[in-house]
Ligand binder design. Structure first.
Ligand SMILES: [Zn+2]
Length: 224
């Protein structure tokens, strides 16, 4: 382990490796799709998964460290092609310190529909409240571009997630555990929504229902 000593953001890099593998084992992405980053706000640096590498072959030293202007500070690999999107989300959001991007099947299927691109994911299930009162969906923009990153940042305002038209899902949170949970639970809600729409007309929760659910999530779970 001695070779790891002195590496910037070692804990964050290890978490990027760990949660990258969970993207596959939890069915949230396939192949090398999706990407993860964790921000260390004190140091103003983020650790991000490398571009196009098998998640089970990534080691901490393959994770790339960037500053918030996108400069590579440490790492021999190329950073994820969506690095601009990740760092744009961090700008102006002191409540976000981890970002998870997936191509999970139901969220992505929904993001391919005109209905979702017009209305987003409506509040059909209380778990949506992990992300906010509802989840918006941005139009399609080419992957890996700044214009996509800007649109995602705006789409995520006041939320911890946004659907990306004809592309996938972007989830975020105050730490990687929360961000990953948002990605996983929203995939579940999108699956429910697809099933509910084939079974009938989904009943939407009210603004008050969602406000109460968001409040309950604030006090739910184990204290750190
Ligand atoms: Zn993508």
């Amino acid at each position: 382990m001695a070779i790891f000593e002195g590496m910037l953001l070692l804990n964050e890099r290890r978490s990027v490796v760990d949660y990258g593998q969970r993207l596959l084992t939890h069915g949230l992405t396939r192949g090398t799709g999706g990407n993860i980053s964790i921000l260390n706000r004190e140091q103003g640096l983020l650790a991000i998964s490398p571009s196009g590498m098998d998640y089970f072959e990534i080691n901490p030293e393959d994770v790339v460290v960037l500053d918030l202007e996108g400069r590579i500070i440490e790492g021999k690999r190329r950073p994820s092609s969506e690095a601009d999107m990740h760092r744009m989300v961090y700008n102006g959001r002191p409540d976000i310190a981890a970002v998870v991007h997936t191509h999970s099947p139901f969220a992505t299927a929904l993001a391919c529909t005109r209905e979702a691109q017009k209305n987003g994911l409506p509040p059909i299930h209380y778990l949506t409240a992990l992300a906010g009162p509802s989840v918006r969906c941005i139009p399609y923009y080419p992957f890996g571009t700044e214009v996509l990153g800007q649109a995602a940042r705006v789409g995520m305002e006041g939320r911890f997630a946004v659907l990306m038209g004809n592309h996938g899902l972007l989830a975020a949170g105050p730490d990687i555990r929360y961000a990953f949970n948002v990605a996983e639970e929203l995939e579940f809600v999108c699956e429910l929504y697809c099933h509910a729409r084939t079974a009938g007309t989904p009943t939407l929760l009210s603004e008050e229902d969602m406000r109460v659910a968001m409040e309950r999530f604030r006090v739910y779970g184990q204290k750190a």
